[in-house]
Design a protein around this ligand. Sequence first.
Ligand SMILES: Cc1cc2nc3c(=O)[nH]c(=O)nc-3n(C[C@H](O)[C@H](O)[C@H](O)COP(=O)(O)O)c2cc1C
Length: 374
Amino acid sequence: MAANAPTIPLLTPYKMGKFELSHRVVLAPLTRNRSYGNTPQPHAALYYSQRTTPGGLLITEATGVSDTAQGYPETPGIWTKEQVEAWKPIVNAVHEKGGIFFCQIWHVGRVSTTGYQPNGEAPISCTDKGVTPGLDGVDWSPPRRLRTDEIPLIINDFRLAARNAVEAGFDGVEVHGANGYLIDQFMKDTVNDRTDRYGGSLENRCRFAVEVVESVVKEIGPDRVGMRLSPFANYMETADTNPEALGLYMANALNKYGILYLHAIEPRMAKIGDRYETPHSLLPMRKAFRGTFIAAGGYRRDEGNKAIAENYADLVAFGRLFLANPDLPRRFKLDAPLNKYNRDTFYIPDPVVGYTDYPFLEDSELRSAPSSTS
Ligand SMILES: Cc1cc2nc3c(=O)[nH]c(=O)nc-3n(C[C@H](O)[C@H](O)[C@H](O)COP(=O)(O)O)c2cc1C
């Protein structure tokens, strides 16, 4: 780089706990539905290693914590020995290129059907109110409300999944508390209709989330734990009437456990595909949380740089842009044109198409193409 080249905020180093990140462009968790039989496949090693840079942070696709955790086809799990073994070469491929790799651990709760559940049973949730059948083209099944005495068993599944992730070689885990899945269902007041100590007040609704984090922290240590939240979102009919208070409560609650990072999704991503311009809605959470703060949702190069330069976030996670541009940090560095993502191949089971076949920037393109502005 020329001596007078301007500093690109996204490409400055950052120390996240014990991890020395060389830049701030994070691979967001992206479900890709290519883990046949809930087992990660060898093609995932290529996919993730393509997106690895030395000192770059990657988060896996949502990964099930138990046999009741799934609601979509061919998503990976991390509750069996076989799954742990299958993750190992994928983690190694990322580590060989110097990446830092976190596993997003997940339970879908009511976002499921009996077809995904053991013995065709009802999916589990904090409630017995289901997602409207037909939403997103799926005939979601009515859930079964968890009894109070069953909740510790689910928390234990998250703990064991975190232990397994470390056994598989991951640097840490991200607890998936976003996007309308089980933890989010408990937190949000339009879904959680419980009358026990896991429902009612904000503190009660957040108790499940906090106990999951506490249990995972006890198992693998706070310096290896992150959490993802989307208080403003209404994915899968999971909304809260006071998202500001929810986000702030959780940021403060997480401080008690000293976890490594909080990864929050912008409200403008409240609906997939929409871009609601509500800038800096995450600021109260960012200010309250004492660890590393990751922002995500609709970011492009210019907005990401601005978020870092203004100290709105420490890191920015990119989903669709990173999916379609395996060399995204390099393209950002050069302000090079980006590949366009193809929605039609996001969730297909093909091990190559729309997965590992997005092209890298060719040096020849750099000489011929004009530099983009965004
Ligand atoms: C194909 C696809 C799969 C996704 N899977 C997950 C997931 O497994 N876990 C998660 O927390 N978010 C998931 N998301 C949400 C993204 O992580 C991200 O928050 C969202 O795409 C907005 O960021 P972007 O505008 O940079 O794409 C997914 C998004 C897409 C497009």
